[in-house]
Ligand binder design. Structure first.
Ligand code: MG
Length: 357
């Protein structure tokens, strides 16, 4: 593209309210709460999927009876109301914090905005679910309620609008299913991995494994700071009586690091082309054709009747491992001739006979 075209593109983007990256690796960022930012399309969710009871290994954060699992900011009793199977935020009573501390979680939340709806924009049915007390998944009555895109229901507040607006009307129960990986820090306190989050709102994907920039905040851009690996989950009092019920989570194990298999494979033996050639031929089971063993260059391959082509790695003069699978062939060699093999796969053994060279 010639230079004048690039300048023109910048101008068009700036004038139309779009942000351009400063460098090739920089994500496109809007200023927080920009009313120019397009609102996500509205998608009506299916009929209610609530309540979703907890699975067997869940930690139940609120069982509908009392607030014994929650604290106020000073560690005292939570001052919200619990009744009729739900809890409700009490204006000016403050945020509440789970008694337990958590890091990586699958978190299920059901909430309902006040009915009748009162107020507008951020003043209608506002609350929030804060992972580790730092990263807010916005709770807001976004049903027919205009506000900035990164502040509507299921936004990562001030950072990521939801992919769609899947809000139910006020008074109806809605669900968030949140999948959260906490940030990781190096020993010197610098960020090793930012937090990541996926959110499903009323059965619809609204945040797709997005990378959180830092703790969410109003009018600020807070950087990551070293933090404990587990912290309480908090719920926001924003002055509106929002209800919650059926809060449970599953603690997620560490993601196993990518790398070589857990067990080292036994050493590979070197077989000559002539030795490898001895295994080439057609093979059958009692049920019919099994496949063929072929030699391509120095690579012995099993071509199964079912279509799979498998590289065979010699582990001994008569034992060949599959290259990518925990399986092997033990060849039966009689009087210097290959008579067949036993395939070992997933704890089972399959006898296979050779029918032609
Ligand atoms: Mg909020």
């Amino acid at each position: 593209m010639r230079l004048p075209s690039i300048v023109a593109l910048w101008l068009v983007c700036l004038l139309s309210g779009f942000a351009l990256p400063a460098g090739a690796q920089e994500p496109v960022r809007w200023l927080a709460h920009d009313m120019q930012r397009p609102r996500p399309p509205v998608v009506a969710p299916a009929a209610s999927d609530c309540p979703a009871p907890p699975p067997a290994d869940a930690v139940v954060l609120f069982d509908g009876k009392d607030l014994s699992g929650w604290r106020d900011a000073e560690g005292g009793p939570a001052k919200w109301i619990a009744r009729d199977g739900y809890m409700e935020s009490v204006p000016n009573s403050g945020y509440i914090y789970s008694a337990g501390k958590f890091g990586d979680v699958q978190l299920h939340v059901e909430w309902a905005a006040p009915l009748p709806a009162k107020g507008r924009s951020q003043g209608r049915g506002n609350s929030g679910v804060f992972l580790m007390g730092l990263y807010e998944v916005q709770v807001l009555d976004s049903y027919d309620n205009e506000t900035y895109a990164d502040g509507q229901a299921a936004a990562i507040y001030g950072q990521y609008p939801p992919l769609v607006n899947a809000c139910r009307p006020p008074g109806e129960w809605q669900s968030y299913d949140i999948f959260f990986r906490r940030p990781r820090f190096h020993a010197d306190g610098t960020v090793e991995r930012k937090a990541r989050i996926t959110v499903v709102h009323n059965g619809i994907l609204v945040q797709d494994n997005v990378e959180i920039w830092g703790p969410t905040a109003w009018l600020q851009n807070r950087p990551y700071e070293p933090q404990e690996p587990k912290l309480p989950i908090s719920l926001q009092d924003h002055g509106n009586p929002v209800r919650y019920r059926n809060l449970w989570l599953r603690e997620l194990p560490e993601t196993p690091p990518a790398g070589p298999p857990a067990s080292e494979p036994p050493p590979v033996v070197a077989l000559s082309t002539a030795e490898l050639q001895e295994f080439v031929g057609a093979y059958k089971t009692l049920l019919g054709d099994f496949g063929k063993i072929e030699l391509h260059g120095e690579q012995l391959q099993l071509h199964m009747e079912t279509g799979q082509v498998i590289d065979l790695i010699p582990r001994s003069p008569t034992e060949f491992a599959f290259r990518w699978t925990a399986a092997k062939l033990d060849f039966d060699v009689r009087d210097g001739k290959v008579a067949g093999f036993t395939m070992h796969l997933a704890g089972d053994k399959y006898p296979v006979k050779r029918v032609g060279g």
